[in-house]
Ligand binder design. Structure first.
Ligand code: MN3
Length: 335
């Protein structure tokens, strides 16, 4: 058996414990099988050079930090709080991996499911109008970026585009959702063969989309709990309240009541704003509103206790109760 130097190094690396959390996925087909739509040299450079270097840079940015054990989705979800190296390379790794997955030579493609076909009819009238809207989003994306077909938190199909290596899972993007199909519109994706003719590249690449694969992605996306997380994250009053709750409840757990004694007025005010806010569409139900009302009453009680100079033990108990009520509401969101 022949073992290459590379394999040996990887084996050694794993043995002495510098395993890399992310790796370059294999392409489902050989580089030349995507031609003539995308030529072999473009595929090889794009996959083995560009994508590989995003993976290397992502590993470099996370190895040795707490991010090492996080999933790619975790890294992207709060991209706005991360370094540019993590945001750009995590995005690039995710985006390219999805792109490779949904491309196939026409002879190897499988058919679109009934389920996805019905959703397209409902949200876009026809596949032709979906194509038109998608290619328009892709060709009008200024500079480098990506065009997307996503499932939004209210389970609709939507077409969006993002700059650079951002994607719709990230908190830095306004139209969020789970991507099920994408096309790379960086020049490195087409320049060798198409030069500046982005529209020609897009039309050709459209015929490489494996709708059977996109259908699988669709049925997984509509049942993915990530949709609920994305929806909750788009409820500003909830995020505002959550912040004060975290910064006052967690210290109280270890006996520090100073934060809530200082901020009980704000705590109650944020609860009032939360009750008065409109929850995202699919969470806008009676159980949620009743839960919020109870939470507001509890926050009012805590604010009054603080004003009367209540003892630490009383406040610790009440803070725990308010935290439980808050989690009831968050838990209800999952229904
Ligand atoms: Mn690319």
């Amino acid at each position: 058996m022949k073992i290459s130097l590379f394999t040996l190094l990887v084996l050694l690396g794993t043995q002495i414990g510098f395993a890399q959390p992310f790796f370059l996925p294999k392409l489902p087909y050989s580089y030349r099988e995507y031609a003539p739509q995308i030529d072999a040299l473009t595929m090889e450079t794009h996959h083995a050079k560009h994508h590989q270097s995003y993976v290397n840079n992502l590993n470099k940015a996370v190895v040795g930090t707490r991010m090492e054990s996080q999933t790619l989705v975790d890294l992207m979800f709060y991209a706005g709080f991360r370094s540019d190296a993590v945001r750009n390379n995590a995005g690039a790794h995710y985006n390219h991996s999805l792109f490779w997955e949904i491309l196939a030579p026409p002879s190897a493609q499988s058919e679109m499911s009934q389920e996805l076909s019905a959703a397209i009819t409902k949200d876009f009238i026809s596949i032709d109008s979906l194509k038109k809207t998608f290619l328009n989003a892709a060709s009008s994306r200024f500079g480098s970026g990506w065009a997307w077909l996503i499932v939004s938190p209210d389970k609709k199909l939507m077409i969006t585009s993002t700059p650079n290596q951002d994607n719709p899972i990230m908190d830095v993007v306004t139209e969020r959702g789970i991507p099920i199909m994408t096309i790379d519109v960086w020049e490195h994706a087409y320049y060798l063969n198409y030069q500046n003719r982005r529209t020609d590249y897009l039309n050709a690449t459209w015929s490489l989309i494996n709708w059977g694969k996109v259908s699988e992605k669709y049925s997984r996306a509509i049942n993915d709990s990530l949709l609920i997380e994305l929806e909750k994250d788009s409820w500003p009053a909830m995020m505002e309240f959550h912040k004060v709750m975290a910064q006052t409840f967690h210290p109280s757990e270890s006996g520090d009541l100073q934060p809530i004694r200082k901020r009980s007025g704000e705590f109650f005010a944020k609860a009032i704003l939360l009750t008065a806010s409109t929850p995202p569409k699919s969470l806008n139900n009676i159980a949620i509103h009743e839960g919020l009302k109870k939470l507001e009453e509890k926050c009012n009680e805590i604010n009054n206790l603080v004003k009367k100079g209540a003892k630490d033990a009383v406040l610790i108990k009440k803070m725990a109760e308010s935290h439980d009520l808050f989690h009831n509401v968050q838990g209800l969101c999952h229904d």
